[in-house]
Design a protein around this ligand. Structure first.
Ligand SMILES: *Cc1c(COP(=O)(O)O)cnc(C)c1O
Length: 419
């Protein structure tokens, strides 16, 4: 992978025709070391946030030896780039073929589930193995998260005790409980509340967990979404764990995805056309900008003029369109850029290391992305690599962004309220 001092050098030297994922491996390493030093338990990287081989290798080099995987492809990916790692298959719905291959061919021993049917399937597909770590995924309230992850998965509280008991009886190894408070969780206390909910289910089941897995959800920094310090999340988890009925050797696990990789990649795109306040780019919602389109996240941006000139004054709000012919390929922003931005210029879109390149498709013949390493700092950082905030140029813009943060509730929200 070619390394440039910064994106401007890359623009000057290469004038890239395709979008370029700008990667900053140090940012992965710093985040991984921080989590391992501060979290009082085992850190599993949730591979889906960014499955790039360089990420897996960088994490392994930084000492991460545990991975949360959700498909056989992810199992194989980790096996190839971080051989010898421990993997936890945390998708609550798996195919029998995937379970068998993970168990027999890749040494995976940890599986999660949220139904009796899936537990039976896991036992069956592993030949009634006795050395399984069985993790019950619980549904929890996702207050303060940008994305709810409890609508689709997680056993409801009143059904949890029976499933915990069944899990306890099905293994001589570890039995545990897991949940996901929702991605980009803005409230540290959400973890404590979820742990209390898990604890009540365990008490009702009359079993002690060997593993308490607090899942992912740890936030990164985006304009209008500057979370509390990461140490507050870990402190809330410490309090939650202290309040749980557990035994002396109960293990604490977490599964951060976003928090380990968000800072570590940005995207360099080219402006193909300017039409008023609309900039037509060579990447969009079918490429690495899914969240910018579908969640309307206003990612931070920087302009690099084609002639190498650096302009920062005269900021004006722009919206982006991606290269496909689909009209959902629209990123409303607002993205604040110098008014003089024009065709042929380049824009760096920051904080796209999580759920960016990972979401890219080849729809309409686009989506091919080059990759280059840069050694400058990310646009913002939870770990001291850069500022802990991202400037939001106008107050009214900040307000709009904060409003957008509360995601429209879908079926998940309704289901929770009914209970
Ligand atoms: C997606 C996912 C994660 C990672 O979530 P982040 O919000 O990126 O930290 C962790 N665990 C499970 C089970 C997931 O599905």
């Amino acid at each position: 992978m070619h390394t440039y001092h910064n994106p401007l050098d890359l623009v000057r030297e290469r004038s890239p025709e395709r979008p370029v994922a700008l990667v900053r491996p140090d940012a992965v390493s710093v985040a991984a070391r921080w989590f391992q030093a501060e979290f009082k338990g085992d850190v599993f990287y949730a591979v889906k946030a960014n499955p790039s081989p360089w990420v897996i290798r960088e994490l392994a080099d930084a000492g991460v030896r545990s991975f949360d995987v959700a498909s056989l492809n992810e199992v194989e990916l980790v096996g190839e780039h971080a051989p010898g790692s421990r993997m936890a298959f945390m998708h609550p719905v798996k195919s029998r073929v995937a379970i068998s291959a993970a168990y027999f061919d890749h040494g995976v021993r940890t599986f999660s589930f949220d139904t009796h049917e899936e537990l039976a399937k896991i036992l069956d597909a592993t030949g009634q193995a006795k050395d399984l770590n069985l993790i019950v995924r619980m549904g929890v309230q996702a207050e303060g998260a940008a994305y709810s992850l409890s609508g689709k998965f997680g056993v409801e509280s009143h059904n949890a005790p029976a499933l915990l008991l069944a899990a306890r009886r099905s293994t001589q190894d570890l039995m545990g409980v897991s949940f996901h408070v929702g991605s980009q969780c803005m409230r540290p206390t959400a973890y404590q509340a979820a742990m209390a909910q898990a604890s009540r289910a365990l008490v009702r089941a009359g079993v002690l967990a060997d593993v308490v897995d607090v899942g992912g959800g740890f936030p990164s920094i985006y304009p209008g979404m500057v979370p509390p310090d990461m140490s507050e999340y870990l402190a809330a988890i410490d309090r939650g764990f202290a309040d749980m009925m557990v035994h002396e050797t109960t293990e604490l696990w977490c599964e951060p995805g976003r928090a380990l990789v968000a800072e570590a990649s940005s995207l360099l795109v080219k402006v193909e056309l300017k039409k008023g306040d609309a900039l037509y780019l060579n990447d969009g919602s079918y490429g690495s900008l899914f969240d910018a389109a579908h969640m309307k996240w206003p990612f931070p941006v920087k302009l690099f003029r084609k002639n190498g000139e650096v302009v920062e004054e005269g900021l004006k709000p722009f919206r982006f369109y991606g290269p496909t012919c689909d009209s959902v390929d629209h990123m409303p922003g607002p993205f604040y850029l110098p008014e003089s931005v024009d065709e042929g210029d380049y824009i760096e879109i920051g904080m796209l290391g999580a759920y960016g390149v990972a979401m890219s498709t080849r729809f309409n013949g686009f989506g091919e992305t080059d990759i280059a390493q840069v050694s400058d700092a990310p646009m913002a950082s939870m770990y001291g690599l850069a500022k802990r905030s991202i400037a939001t140029p106008r107050p009214e813009a900040e307000e709009r962004k904060i409003v957008r943060f509360s995601r429209p509730k879908g079926a998940a929200g309704k289901k929770r309220r009914r209970r």
